[in-house]
Design a protein around this ligand. Structure first.
Ligand SMILES: Cc1cc2nc3c(=O)[nH]c(=O)nc-3n(C[C@H](O)[C@H](O)[C@H](O)COP(=O)(O)OP(=O)(O)OC[C@H]3O[C@@H](n4cnc5c(N)ncnc54)[C@H](O)[C@@H]3O)c2cc1C
Length: 517
């Protein structure tokens, strides 16, 4: 069976979903192929035990590390992709992130576009995803052409107190940009109830600005848009010359189907997009589709991240905690040798997350039940840039399994950031309230399976010898193949990546819309 469309989009996450929302008004025939199904709205959405202990929404995939050891990657195959589970912290990269930055473990390369080039797309993405925040508070951010569409989510008392203490200590905290739909968004059916289940949970009431809610659902009523779920794209076929994609091979309900389109956009996430292109090897493209440069699958990045829990003497009754960010250590300078990264609050700890993700935590605080630990927790997330390395890469074996060879970079910087946070906690008063005799912090590094912030693998650039995609995210070697997800990042910066994926999808979407008329 072969059906023809104007555009096929593979994957419906931050990249694919956003791209579809830009192209849908063109009236052209668009086919969305999504490997997963709709994420069911059910009471388990907000129940920590099924989410964190049973891994109810994590795919059953098995990937292999550099030593061939199997692991279960924390990937999420649903309409909306990883954004169904994301924390909706929607940050712009800093202008400096678009240039070359020196890090402890090597340079983070420059992008072929500047922050000024990206700024209009960031603004569009912030308005599409209804981001709440206040431009102008964070001294490290670049210029903006429009304020956020909505004011920031306000701090609850404990976090306001923390912000005040930080300011008194000379730090410069800001309200974290966040994509949640509150009353003012005029969406009575999807109003955030500030329930502390954004980060790592799906939103039962569809009040998180994820790609399904914001980008995909609103276009499904259009006659020109078709979405097929449980449709896993296996490979792409090309014409005999290898210059155009002619067929998208899909496995659906145990059947093999082939679809055709004038333009094909692969938006399956950094690892899976590389997987599809590597599995599409042919006589014309022996190393994988669009891989004449041998760069496909390389430069995989995922941030050097750390979750840190400080225990407060008083119960921390904050419900919606992720309202504060701090970029004071983002850049080198002022006596700081390296850029260290971003500090932000995350969703309040819950006992199941602690049990599921870090059993050692309870052993460190033996007199406490897990629920008590969670009640007193004040939770931080530290992000240090991971620099792209050619040997950090995705490959596939003969059976199509993903192999992820990855060695974390910039530990020196990540340790430096952790040290700064410890100083902050000691100086702003949190440590003074600790219930334990000594200050208590538990930190957790994110293992290779924690692929939430995956990026790289199909880097964009101007030189076909050193990049997979051109500046419009079209494969250098094919005239109708685009990759529009986190794969295109030449470097990842040290803030959450999704807004940049969305902004880029809008940018590429407008380019493709022009192309298809
Ligand atoms: C728990 C968690 C918390 C996060 N929190 C934040 C945050 O607060 N802020 C932030 O900026 N980022 C956050 N992220 C990261 C963010 O979600 C990703 O950066 C973003 O979704 C990446 O977009 P993408 O389009 O590359 O991939 P995805 O959004 O994952 O979309 C890929 C899509 O492709 C589909 N797919 C895969 N393979 C195939 C195939 N073969 N055929 C068909 N379809 C396929 C998938 O099912 C999925 O729908 C978080 C991620 C997780 C998991």
């Amino acid at each position: 069976m072969t059906e023809r469309y104007d555009v096929i989009i593979v994957g419906t996450g931050a990249g694919g979903g956003t791209l579809a929302s830009v192209l849908a008004p063109s009236g052209k025939r668009i086919l969305l192929l999504e490997r997963g199904d709709y994420l069911r709205r059910e009471k388990e959405n907000w129940d920590p035990a099924p989410v964190f202990i049973d891994g109810r929404y994590i795919s059953k995939d098995t990937w292999y590390d550099a030593d061939g050891k199997p692991f279960q990657p924390q990937v999420h195959y649903f309409v909306g992709g990883a954004t169904k589970m994301y924390g909706a912290a929607l940050y712009r990269l800093r202008p400096e992130d678009f240039g070359e930055i020196q890090h402890a473990d090597g340079p983070s390369p420059a992008w072929p576009l500047t922050y000024d080039d990206f700024e209009p797309w960031y603004t569009k993405a912030e308005w599409l995803y209804q981001v709440r925040g206040v431009h102008g508070e964070d001294p490290t951010e670049g210029h903006w052409s429009q304020q956020y569409p909505w004011p920031p989510v306000s701090h609850e008392p404990r976090i306001e107190q923390l912000a005040d203490s930080l300011r008194r200590g000379g730090y410069r905290p800001f309200h974290a940009p966040c994509g949640v739909l509150l009353n003012e968004a005029n969406r009575p059916a999807s109003t955030c109830i500030r329930c502390n289940t954004c980060d790592g949970f799906p939103c039962l009431v569809h009040a998180k600005a994820d790609a399904e809610v914001i980008a995909v659902r609103p276009i499904l009523g259009r006659e020109n848009v078709t979405l097929l779920v449980n449709a896993e794209v296996e490979r792409l076929e090309t014409d005999p010359g290898g210059g155009s994609v002619t067929g998208v091979v899909v496995s659906r309900d145990g059947q093999r189907e082939v679809y055709e389109a004038d333009v094909v956009a692969v938006c399956a996430g950094a690892a899976n997009s590389a997987r599809i292109l590597l599995r599409s090897a042919s006589d014309r493209h022996p190393g994988g589709l669009a891989n004449g440069s041998d760069q496909l699958g390389r430069h995989y990045m995922f941030h050097n991240s750390k979750a840190v829990v400080a225990l407060d003497k008083e119960p921390n009754n904050t419900v919606f905690q992720k309202t504060l960010g701090l970029n004071d250590f983002y850049f080198a300078g002022n006596g700081q040798q390296w850029p260290l990264g971003n500090i932000q609050m995350v969703g309040k700890s819950n006992w199941a997350a602690m049990k599921g993700e870090e059993p050692k935590l309870t052993r460190l605080a033996p007199h406490w039940g897990l629920e008590d630990v969670a009640l007193h927790a004040v939770d931080f997330w530290l992000t240090t840039e991971d620099v792209p390395k050619p040997d950090n890469r995705v490959t596939v074996d003969r059976d199509g399994n993903v192999h992820l060879a990855y060695r974390q970079t910039n530990d020196v910087e990540a340790d430096g950031l952790y040290g700064e946070l410890r100083k902050i906690l000691n100086h702003v008063g949190l440590a003074a309230h600790h219930v334990l005799d000594k200050n208590f912090y538990a930190s957790m590094d994110i293992p290779v399976a924690g692929v939430a912030h995956q990026a790289g693998t199909c880097v964009f650039g101007t030189d076909p010898a050193s990049s997979v995609l051109d500046v419009n995210c079209k494969a250098h070697e094919l005239d109708n193949l685009y990759v529009v997800d986190s794969s295109f990042f030449p470097s990842i910066g040290a803030v959450n990546p999704a807004l940049t994926v969305m902004a880029n999808a809008i940018r590429v979407g407008e380019h493709v819309a022009q192309r298809i008329g």
